[in-house]
Design a protein around this ligand. Sequence first.
Ligand SMILES: [Zn+2]
Length: 106
Amino acid sequence: MYCSHCGRPVDTAARYCPACGAVVQPTGFVRVPVFGQLTRPRYPRVFGGVCSGLALHYGWDITTVRLLWVLCVILGGTGVLAYIIAWIVIPEAPYVLPESNIGSGV
Ligand SMILES: [Zn+2]
């Protein structure tokens, strides 16, 4: 990562910039929200991320969505087919990159 004060590269574990002494906040991973688009997140997921994608998109409880899907599989038998169709139709969420790598050419 880089110092926000002087722009020099700083070790990711450092709390202060060695060049100018400014406080450096470790940025870690940033969440990249894709508003309005239903995606299958890379985490959390069990199989293809369809249940967690639906839960995150509509604000539902992920456990409830998974339980309903299991009930659909057991009771109706259409759950597996619906899941495979959703797996194909719903795009996978983009990789989440550390903020320090954005725009630095890495
Ligand atoms: Zn600095």
